[in-house]
Design a protein around this ligand. Sequence first.
Ligand code: DC
Length: 308
Amino acid sequence: MAGTQSEAARGVPIRMSDVVPFPLSSPVAPVPGPRSGDVGGWSERAVTGRPVDGRVVPPGGGPVRVRPAGIVTIDGPAGAGKSTVARALAERLGWQRLDTGAMFRAVAWALEISGQGFDAAGQVVPETVRAALAGLDFRLDANGVPVVDGRALGAAELRDPTVEARVSPLSQVPEVRALLRDRQRAFAAELLGRGVGLVCEGRDMGTVVFPDARFKIYLDADLTTRAARRARERGEEVDRVRVADELAARDRRDRERAEAPLKPADDARIVDTTGLDVEQVVSRLLAIVAPGIVAPGDAAGSAGEGPR
Ligand code: DC
């Protein structure tokens, strides 16, 4: 699927809360005075390492003009590659990653453990969910890992089959979305306040949670590809047809729900990952993101698409 160039070219205002120093992982030489013609938060830094990736640093190092840390949103259906790609992109940028699906899964796990929120047939009961949320001890650690009652949750809890079955219906409960949206925004504000950018992935990052994000990506892939990826993650003996059916049902629920449905933001860049490996997808995203971080003309070898 082709990207929506005209939408991407449309400017997105940067809020003051976004205007914080870019975190440079490498030594920085003294900063020269402002360049004439500097606009929109660009500031000149001498960079001797690689602030974004090897391709965007002028040969031999800086100076380049860099822009403050901000937010990259990555939305899309299950199996589109969001988690892997978000992790790689955050690493390359030196930014933090946040998997918001894991937050919904953590709430599903907490309710399952406490026996609340669902009836005997496994159907979500919104009133009991609301009551359970009031007593929920849920937070994110510094790396964005969900912590419930002091226990950091990993794949064993978050990928549990019961959690897998319950998370999508649970994510339709408005109070759950409101709670997690507030936590996601607080997490981002804390990072940006320290000059660290955020790559966050989910379903409604660009549409609802961070509508002013500097970069919005929507990852997609055809159902067969997405089911094959999920089946590979789960092991050889998994029935791919069943995995595809489950994914299709979950996507339908996520797309058709009233609250924050899965859809690309109007100003998102759509990247179809069908047939691409992780490195190819990350390169495409860097080509979108890097020109907004390292000024055009300073970015050696970047696929300049103009800053936003
Ligand atoms: O990305 P994932 O498969 O871990 O997400 C699990 C579920 O959580 C998914 O079915 C929809 C929901 N979710 C959501 O509604 N909004 C988000 N931002 C992230 C996930």
